[in-house]
Ligand binder design. Structure first.
Ligand code: HAX
Length: 438
């Protein structure tokens, strides 16, 4: 058994036993109550699942196994000469609960390299699509096409015992994460660079190799990709893409199917697609105004104009957070150090001064602060990636780390089929009548 799998098995077996006895003794304790407003309102805030890799605090932001983003940037192993963490280390942390050593991270990088082969039929399937197909459609389809490789599906068909689900899920998670950069880079190069593909460089870590295959070997871009892949990796279990992976996986659909369904959810403009929407909207603003050097008044007027058209300001607001997203702050800090004179980065910072007050003025927006997607586009544009319809694919590659670590845990813990209760509007009306007359 490999060292990561062994550690995961030991930790998950112990926790499974512990949870079993906790539930035996305390299973009837009430953890939440649900208001009618929440039933109609996207189930906001209702505690309905267990997700150990990360937890989101509205006033503090994300913590991965207890570590904040600044702590991870300090404590996780790094590539030689870089100050940003290696996401390999974050995956180890999310899967085991322990910070890895440099040697463990090197082992994981090698393990992913050995598992990175993408089946030829996936490239053929992608090549059959028009290059105009949205990159997220290509990404989702490519993931499903690789389901032919699922260890979980094969072993299930051969009569796998329930006790081995965790093992097969782990194999699929590791294989899938290993393959994603190659698939994602292939989509980028076929869509925007005429199919002029770049072979992997096996001497590089997972993120730098992805950057290399995208076509950018600037060490600062490598560094950005390590940061980007780390901060987008997980955001607890209730966000739409994570929850979708969790739900699909609960049917014992294998990790390929589960991850693909999560990616279809990430492709929505209120979720991951917001990263393309932000820079698209900024480009529209600069095109409309005919310049990139803008005054705060010009920006404020454009923000108001967008709202007057009944649209949202992309990159602002959040269903849980009630402060500037620490993932935004981490990117801002990177940009301050590396590219502070970039005109689009400056606009992102001007928006930070203008948008919150305008949104507060609407009187209904619960969180007027920027989220993760408000910053990423301007930095990517600086490093030559202007093709914003691709951005959500990069988000998806990173998100694989968290949702697949969680999926391994779900199978190890033996979580059952997820099946909440729905009600009809008539049921609600009768319920209200009964409550009011009681
Ligand atoms: N611009 C304009 N109006 C906004 C807004 C924004 N950025 N954010 C919220 N609102 C509005 C809502 O549309 C809602 O209006 P109605 O009552 O008229 O429907 C009202 O304010 C209350 O919404 P809320 O409770 O504050 O926010 P929700 O939990 O319902 O929604 C969203 C959270 C992220 C979907 C929302 O803030 C939004 O649409 N933001 C812009 C899109 C975006 O940046 N999405 C990415 C979020 C982060 C993420 O998942 N990344 O992957």
């Amino acid at each position: 058994m490999d060292p990561l799998k062994k550690k995961f098995f030991e930790k998950s077996s112990a926790l499974k036993q512990e949870v079993r006895s906790l539930l035996k003794e305390h299973g009837d304790l009430k953890v939440d109550e649900v208001r009618l407003r929440q039933v109609f309102g996207g189930v906001r805030g209702v505690k309905t699942m267990v997700w150990d890799p990360s937890q989101l605090d509205p006033m503090e932001g994300i913590r991965f196994r207890g570590y904040s983003i600044p702590e991870l940037r300090e404590k996780l192993p790094k590539a030689p000469g870089d100050t940003e963490p290696l996401p390999e280390g974050l995956f180890w942390l999310m899967l085991t609960g322990d910070l890895p050593t440099d040697e463990e991270v090197q082992w994981l990088a090698d393990a992913w390299e050995a598992r990175a082969h993408v089946p030829a039929h996936t490239f053929k399937a992608l090549d059959a699509l028009s290059p105009n197909t949205h990159p997220m459609t290509q990404f989702s389809m490519a993931i499903v096409s690789m389901q032919s490789e699922s260890v979980f599906a094969k072993r299930y068909a051969d009569g796998m015992s329930k006790n081995d689900y965790w093992d097969a899920a782990y194999e699929d998670a590791m294989n899938l994460i290993a393959k994603l950069p190659r698939v994602a880079a292939y989509i980028y190069r076929r869509t925007f660079h005429g199919g002029n593909h770049i072979e992997p460089d096996l001497s590089l870590d997972w993120s730098a190799n992805y950057a290399h295959m995208l076509g950018n070997d600037n060490p600062d871009f490598y560094s950005l990709m390590r940061l980007y892949m780390t901060i987008h990796a997980d955001h607890e279990g209730g966000n739409a893409s994570a929850h979708t992976v969790h739900l699909t996986g609960s049917t014992l659909s294998d990790p390929y199917y589960s991850f693909a369904s999560g990616m279809n959810s990430l492709a929505g403009p209120l979720h991951g697609l917001a990263n393309q929407e932000v820079i698209k909207w900024i480009f529209e603003m600069t095109n409309n105004l005919g310049k990139t050097k803008l005054s705060e008044d010009e920006i404020r007027n454009y923000v108001k104009h967008t709202l007057d058209q009944g649209k949202v300001i992309p990159g602002y607001g959040h269903a849980v957070l009630r402060l500037p997203d620490p993932r935004f702050t981490a990117q801002m800090e990177f940009a301050e150090r590396k590219i502070k004179d970039d005109p689009y980065v400056k606009i992102v910072w001007q928006l930070l001064k203008v948008v919150p007050d305008v949104l507060k003025g609407l009187g209904k927006v619960k969180n007027p602060w920027p989220n993760v997607d408000a910053h990423s586009g301007a930095i990517l544009v600086h490093y030559g990636m202007k093709e914003y319809s691709y951005y959500t694919v990069m988000f998806g590659v990173s998100r694989a780390l968290g949702v697949l670590a969680a999926l391994c845990w779900s199978r190890a813990m033996g979580f059952p089929l997820e099946r909440p209760k729905s009600v009809t509007t008539d049921w609600v009306k009768n319920f209200i009548k009964e409550q009011v007359s009681a």
